[in-house]
Design a protein around this ligand. Structure first.
Ligand code: FMN
Length: 344
């Protein structure tokens, strides 16, 4: 089954949900252009989520996707947090930040029954999950109103796991992808492979439609993924320079510069490996650091450094999420980019 049949859209393209980088305006533009726009909810409180969904419903009658993270929230670990803050001490000192005054916060929130209750009012065509799936009860609830369930797999094992739990489509997320790796069965990064290696293996292993994600940035890339048997594609990085993206000036500048050719997986910003453009903090403390607090708790300690540096126009402490292929980033409206990617 194709993405078009599964989600009721005209084009085989999903605009990847990108928490912190876009909200409903991009969802609306892409869905109205005939592809599947996505609303990422990992960094939205439930009220913000509701107002985005209201705006989407007002401005499009087309199908759209609502996306959530499904991580288990780790218990706070004061010792680990203190050790991590100690490794950031020199930076705090340079910016005049009192390390004891930094609040700890949840960072990113997993899917919850509160979010499900709001979702029930809107019944989106597709609900997608990253880092596994929610509880059996919550998953059944989402399915009960007819939303199709999509979920990310980064290995064949994860694809099998998702198929056994009744998802409608699998998003095969290759190693090229920007943002967080969706791996959830193993933390061993040697299991993570590129899209061209992952997609055919997952297609052979499961009977479900498989969406290709990671490194796809132009119409030829889309056609290649479809030729390999993908039901559709999910594209994130290419949308980051569209006017609908909400990333800040330092992120935009980095994406437009030569430095966007240098990306790595890093856990220093959130605690989980995610692909971003290499910057000072990644070079000096990472890109992977075993002392970083568990996801998403690592978010707090960096936040004040990021804020101070960005206020001075510096991206030294910012997560500059970006995939390995930024060549498709264009400063054009998301609707136009969508049509170009789909070759129409
Ligand atoms: C800035 C950014 C934020 C992302 N946030 C999310 C997210 O909130 N939920 C999710 O499922 N995937 C997220 N992803 C991963 C995308 O779903 C997708 O796997 C990836 O963008 C595809 O690879 P590409 O960036 O090379 O196109 C994000 C990616 C980027 C670039």
């Amino acid at each position: 089954m194709t993405l078009q049949q599964l989600a009721g859209v005209a084009l085989p393209v999903i605009q990847a949900p990108m928490a912190g980088a876009q909200a409903g305006a991009m969802t609306i533009a892409v869905s109205n252009a005939g592809a599947l726009g996505s609303l990422p909810c990992a960094m939205l409180g439930v009220e913000a989520m509701r107002s985005e969904l209201v705006a989407i419903k007002v401005q499009t009658a087309k199908p759209f996707n609502v996306n959530f993270f499904c991580h288990a929230q780790p218990p706070p670990d004061a010792k680990r947090e203190a050790a991590w803050r100690a490794s950031l001490a020199a930076y705090y000192q340079a910016f005049g930040i009192d390390a004891n005054s930094i609040p700890t916060g949840p960072g990113r929130l997993p899917f919850s029954s509160e979010a499900a209750n709001i979702l029930a009012e809107f019944k989106p065509a597709v609900v997608s999950f990253h880092f596994g799936l929610p509880s059996t009860e919550l998953l059944a609830l989402v399915k009960s109103w007819g939303s199709k369930i999509f979920a990310s797999a980064t290995t064949v094992d994860e694809a099998h796991w998702l198929e056994a739990r009744g998802v409608d489509a699998i998003i095969a997320q290759g190693l090229e992808a920007g943002g967080h790796r969706g791996n959830f069965l193993s933390e061993d990064l040697t299991t993570q492979v590129g899209t061209l290696a992952l997609l055919p293996q997952i297609l052979r292993a499961v009977r479900l439609p498989v969406i290709a994600a990671g490194g796809i940035a132009d119409a030829k890339g889309v056609a290649a993924a479809l030729a390999l048997g993908a039901a559709g594609v999910q594209i994130g990085t290419a949308y980051l320079l569209c006017p609908e993206a909400t990333i800040n000036a330092v992120h935009r500048a980095a994406l437009k510069s030569e430095t966007a050719r240098h990306t790595a997986l890093t856990n220093v910003f959130t605690g989980r490996p995610a692909r971003g453009i290499v910057n000072r903090i990644m070079r000096e403390l990472g890109p992977m650091n075993t002392a970083a607090p568990a996801f998403p708790l690592a978010t707090s300690a960096i936040a004040p450094l990021r804020a101070k540096a960005e206020s001075q126009g510096s991206d030294d402490f910012s997560p500059l999420w970006c995939g390995q292929n930024a060549s498709g980033c264009k400063e054009v409206p998301a609707a136009q980019l969508t049509r170009e990617l789909a070759g129409v």
